[in-house]
Design a protein around this ligand. Sequence first.
Ligand SMILES: NC(=O)c1ccc[n+]([C@@H]2O[C@H](COP(=O)([O-])OP(=O)(O)OC[C@H]3O[C@@H](n4cnc5c(N)ncnc54)[C@H](O)[C@@H]3O)[C@@H](O)[C@H]2O)c1
Length: 314
Amino acid sequence: MNDLKIGVVGTGGWGKNHLRVLNELNVLHCLCDVDPERASFWSKKYRCKAYTDFEKMLSEEALDAVNVCTPTSTHFDIASKALKRGVNTFVEKPMTSSASQGKQLLELAKDSKVLLTVGFIERFNPAVSEAKSAIKNKMLGDPLLLEFHRENKWAGRVTDVGVVSDTSVHDIDTARWLFDEEPFLVFARVGNVLAGSREDFAVITLGFKKEKSAFIMSNWVTPKRLRQMTVVCTQGVITLDFISQESRYDDASGTRIPRREYREPLLIELEHFVECVKSGKDPLVKPKDGLNNTIIAEAALASSSSGTPIYLDL
Ligand SMILES: NC(=O)c1ccc[n+]([C@@H]2O[C@H](COP(=O)([O-])OP(=O)(O)OC[C@H]3O[C@@H](n4cnc5c(N)ncnc54)[C@H](O)[C@@H]3O)[C@@H](O)[C@H]2O)c1
């Protein structure tokens, strides 16, 4: 018997992975998709009840949590309904389409006293968690510069947001997490060659205290899927591949390539979510992280439009 009842909203390209993992964790109770065929397909596969109307699912099921895996433009509406009902909520990244919606969601979560978290999955990538510990323990001194490459051909899948809110936002979150502080400066250039009216390539510079900086390069133009990070520290360099989870630590004494078992980040992320719902403990990704990542993404777009740096006080 399930000890938690979780409902998944949105069973498309990414939501189907939430279904699989929550089913593995034995907490998948029901699902909802506005596409009846999709809803019915997954409901048969996982033998759980399917809905095409989220409000109906909320009123008919006594759920402990919902996982919102619908397009970004719908996150605010769906997550606010769940929070108003006092249901713990996991929203996929980015938390909302705008910072003003994000602020409202934080207020709702505070009033309803339930858990709200956002799918910044790289924090659960074993190679990134290990880099975070190395930085915290000053294994290679202090971090100075972070460089991110997240590139892939646009599959036409995402149409409601551009590459900054959809893709760069992962690296915005990782940079804030690894430096363990908020950037005060955002300067970006973005452009569009393929993806309809939205930007599909971006270079974002984030400025942190003491000249520490992150360079985030994202695009939907490169034909090859690339997701890499370099962390330049005062006494060495960490290079890491988000996809293969391989990493390498170089310093004056030589090179270390850690051996580590590959683990699915989504499984680690959802195990953590389930544990937080059960225990009431604070999630690793706080609602404020979701909001600040959106504020920074908005600042990047504003910087590109104006051609000037944007200063933030987060
Ligand atoms: N964390 C990650 O690594 C990661 C990876 C991919 C996508 N995502 C995020 O997951 C979300 C979904 O992305 P996707 O690629 O699966 O999109 P998708 O378009 O493939 O799937 C979205 C699904 O939601 C359904 N839907 C739309 N509106 C709905 C509503 N109001 N109620 C119920 N169902 C509704 C659609 O019918 C569709 O099946 C996005 O926020 C995206 O940014 C996160």
